[in-house]
Design a protein around this ligand. Structure first.
Ligand SMILES: [Zn+2]
Length: 422
């Protein structure tokens, strides 16, 4: 069973006192105590850890509500955590955001860099501050840009080129907008060497746009969540879906292929004990040659949604649409009425609509042909819409549907029929 862990027993077990403390805390949470009641109090081996029940997002929020942890020194920061709809749920971190442990093993930035921090700041989002802490440890120049509106990309890109920015960091879907705009307008960032990302899977189309805009730039990825903070990192020599877990993060692959995470960092405020993010994955050897077990992330299990009783693989549909020349991003919108899918729309953000002056070189996307291809190639769609194929639509739009609260633009959105556009 221990080969399902990222660390061998001799490396992990001496540090399980941190997990034992998390277990003790979780036992004090009235709503969670019963599930740990018949478990032994000791937690000294990986087998004992694997026998504990996993936590899911809501469990951790319930625990934090009760525990209200505080940092030993400095401020205790509250960040958005949990569901992408409804009121924000809260995760905690001390100033520094555990980035010293990340920087000890991963240094994408150095003193010579001019780093553009393009993760949104504010709204209790964590990534901007986490990246700022990394830049602090690297001692580089920092431009805390945050999020900008579509109309501003052109001016800011010119400024970043003038400043000879060498590194930029953001969520792949936001970086995608930056680089798609630059590419469509013919703007280059010749000094850019590093693209740092966190928050979503890397996107092949982003790699193409980066290659066109900043030929010297290479990607540096972090994997994590607001609950676990940074779990692992990769370098340009690693596959984009493969990360090297930090020694203070214990990764476990369950029999169902779902990943769960246990912190071995005594300063961690969230009681992260077999916490599931919903990502599936496997432990593997990274082709970059770095020894130890690497974690390959295979995507979220919840990317399969039910459409008229059939499972629709949203990620596959989005990936297929995004392979179409001229498509910057795609999004699947499922309209529901009374729990039944009345329609599925594939929205396309084309290079033409990526900015006001982005028409240069952008080919018009043949949405009718793409629709026919998607419909015939996707069993779920062709079957579910057999009698009303007109309710599967593909169309180019000016903007995708994003969540105003989290700022995230998900690969798929479900909305009630009364919010459907006329
Ligand atoms: Zn590697």
């Amino acid at each position: 069973m221990t080969d399902a862990f990222s660390l061998p027993p001799e490396a992990a077990e001496p540090r399980l006192s941190v997990a034992a403390r998390a277990l003790g805390l979780l036992r004090t949470v009235p709503a969670l105590a019963p599930r740990y009641a018949d478990r032994p109090a000791a937690l000294t081996t990986l087998d004992e850890l694997a026998a504990l029940p996993p936590l899911v997002k809501d469990d951790l929020n319930v625990a934090l509500d009760h525990l209200e942890p505080r940092a030993g020194t400095g401020a205790t920061w509250l960040f958005q955590s949990g569901g992408s709809t409804g009121a924000p749920k809260v995760g905690y971190a001390p100033t520094g955001f555990y980035m010293a442990g990340v920087h000890a093993h991963w240094q994408p930035l150095d003193r010579e860099d001019t780093f553009v921090n393009a993760w949104g700041a504010g709204r209790m989002w964590g990534a901007h501050f986490l990246a700022a802490a990394l830049a602090d440890l690297a001692g580089c120049r920092v431009m805390a840009l945050g999020s900008v509106t579509r109309e501003e990309y052109g001016d800011w890109l010119g400024f970043l080129a003038d400043q000879r920015a060498t590194a930029i960091g953001g969520t792949p879907s936001v970086l995608r907008l930056w680089f798609a705009h630059a590419r469509a307008t013919g703007l280059k960032l010749p000094a850019l060497r590093k693209v740092i990302w966190l928050g979503e899977a890397w996107q092949p189309q982003l790699a193409e746009d980066v290659a066109a805009v900043a030929p010297q730039a290479r990607r540096w990825g972090m994997f994590g969540s607001t609950e676990t903070w940074v779990v692992g990192t990769n370098t340009p020599d690693c596959p984009a879906d493969t990360f090297h877990p930090l020694p203070e993060q214990l990764v476990h692959v369950g029999p169902d292929g779902l990943l769960d995470f246990t912190t071995l960092n005594p300063e961690m405020l969230n009681p992260v004990l077999r916490y599931r993010t919903g990502d599936a994955g496997e432990l593997t050897t990274c082709p970059c040659g770095r020894p130890g077990r690497a974690m390959r992330v295979l995507g979220r299990r919840d990317s399969v949604v039910q459409v008229r009783g059939l499972g629709l693989h949203v990620d596959e549909l989005v990936a297929r649409a995004e392979r179409e020349p001229g498509v910057a991003r795609a999004q699947v919108v499922i309209t529901e009425h009374g729990g039944r899918a009345t329609g599925v729309d594939v929205l396309l953000l084309t290079h033409r609509s990526a900015g006001p002056d982005a028409a240069v070189g952008a080919a018009a996307v043949d949405t009718a042909r793409l629709r026919t291809e998607l419909l015939s190639a996707t069993f779920t769609l062709s079957t579910a819409f057999q009698h009303d194929p007109e309710n599967f639509r593909v169309r180019a739009v000016e903007e995708l549907v994003s969540n105003d609260r989290t700022g995230k633009t998900a690969g798929f959105v479900v909305r009630p029929a009364d919010q459907e556009e006329a």
